[in-house]
Design a protein around this ligand. Structure first.
Ligand code: SAM
Length: 282
């Protein structure tokens, strides 16, 4: 039987649509084509919630509690891992993402744990158009900020995060150690980043240059997906954060303040105004 019209459109929607020259795809908007329904369904096999929770420990919860945070805006909810953890810990959470497929999956994941996620579809570049209110913290985790390909988009997104924070709020944002990748090193070395914990998923770079890191994610059922990402350097992200107004930025490597060759960096950027003598940075 020939496919119905709705089946045809689903097939189209469910292709990542990188075209004939995938390494030429370097657009911020392309994330909408990357997080298709099929990939969203497999994301949890990639991250493995239990192993990830164990690897992270209470790092983020401690960082938030130490700063007296109660309300959190998760701007890159994905399938809901951090939103759910924070709800379980008693934080007041709003879960945003630009991808409706990821948000739908997150909502179901929370519901399966008897939690109700407050979701909002919002692109970071226009965050304050779609999200109202102020938050003690914004989190952008799981190597998400890497989806922005233009410096203009990165500045705008950071400015939108800054604006939605209370006067003394905090932004927590992570990314892969792309410095090492750009210098020809391995994507994974310490194995302690706690981000991609799925045991049967092969993750690796297929192409790396100054403007693109293209990763392949292969699953045990033979399916493979890709993400095209911008390789963010540690120092560059810290500089952008400072330039949009964040006053103090502490950077951790694999959750340790002194780790100099981690798999992942976590930046904790504070908005509260500091006098220069107070600016001790890690
Ligand atoms: N934080 C989750 C985790 O750690 O499992 C999800 C991470 S996933 C790598 C990145 C998420 O960022 C996706 O759900 C994607 O839809 C979202 N995203 C990418 N670019 C975005 C943008 N410009 N605005 C809003 N969301 C975006």
């Amino acid at each position: 039987m020939p496919p119905t019209v709705s089946k045809v459109s689903k097939v189209l929607d469910d292709s990542q649509r990188f075209g004939d020259a995938p390494v030429e795809v370097r657009e911020t908007d392309h994330y909408q084509q990357e997080y298709i329904e099929d990939f969203a369904d497999r994301w949890d096999a990639l991250i493995d919630w239990e192993a990830r929770a164990e690897a992270e420990g209470d790092f983020f919860i401690r960082q938030l509690r130490d700063r007296g945070v109660r309300s959190v805006l998760d701007v890159a909810t994905g399938t809901g891992f951090h939103s759910v953890r924070l709800l379980e810990e008693g934080f007041d959470v709003v879960s945003a993402d630009g991808s409706p497929n990821m948000l739908a999956k997150a909502f179901r994941n929370a519901r399966d744990r008897d939690l109700l996620l407050r979701t909002a579809q919002a692109d970071w570049r226009f965050l304050n158009r779609d999200i109202h209110g102020e938050f003690d913290a914004v989190i952008c985790l799981g190597n998400s900020f890497t989806h922005l390909f233009k410096e203009r988009d990165r500045r705008k997104a950071l400015a939108e995060y800054y604006a939605v924070l209370r006067h003394n709020g905090v932004l927590i944002l992570d990314h892969r150690n792309y410095d090492r990748l750009l210098e020809g090193g391995a994507a994974v070395r310490s194995g302690r980043s706690g981000v991609y914990c799925g045991k049967n998923v092969e993750v690796g770079p297929e192409h790396v240059d100054d403007g693109l890191a293209r990763f392949r994610y292969a699953f045990p059922d033979g399916s493979a997906y890709h993400l095209n990402m911008f390789p963010l350097r540690r120092g560059y992200v810290r500089r952008l954060m400072r330039e949009v107004g964040f006053q103090k930025i502490n950077t951790y490597g694999d959750f340790v303040s002194s780790h100099d060759d981690p798999d992942f960096y976590v930046h904790i950027a504070e908005k509260a105004y500091r006098f220069e003598t107070d600016l001790t940075e890690i």
